[in-house]
Design a protein. Sequence first.
Length: 232
Amino acid sequence: MSTPTHTAPKPEAQASLFILGRWRGVGKVYSVTERGVAKIHYCEEMEVRREGKAQAYWHHRQTWKTAPDAQDFASAEKIVPLHVESGVIKILPVQGTTLSVDATQAQEEQSAPAAPAVLPVEGIFIHPFSVSEVARGTVTSTSSSSSPSGLEDGQDGQEQGPRPYLRLEAREADGSFHRGPGAGGKATEVYIREYELLADGKLLYKCALKSNTMPEPWEHLECLLQRVDGEL
């Protein structure tokens, strides 16, 4: 007599992208010729909302140049628009776990295993300078044992555990970038996005890039965002 099996619910169906909602903040763009030197200061609005039944999240962000002393989005003077991009971030399928059970394991059969700490993700972004980008990476939940960026200490010095973290990387060598007839300037070869939810609820967003004139990926921009509403 064959042993009955139980297929666990797909882990990605239990997950949720922690950057859901509308966020605003201020940041800076770093020079591509002088590493670590802030070249432009800006304010940003980012919106992420879930679309449909699949694990797909609509993503839109817009930035404006502002003064170096701007403290927050509300008080920042929007001198001129800088950049706008739209796209989709999707949590990719993970193969479910099949468990062997018998009559004495009925209770265990009813219990779904927890979602893994790390799930694969994909991001598709459209830029106004005639470039589209397909990035791949992972989203890390708070159930993992260590933080990818090492930010684990609370204000009281006690270990608080890892914070939600999303990393996406696009590489020219992997065919990540698609350029239209209007694309010009330096060609980006690597673009890395990192999102981390900090202990105070703010979102730290960092990007690094490597163009065809740079030896390795450099810091490109950094922005600290505050949620201005709940999940969308």
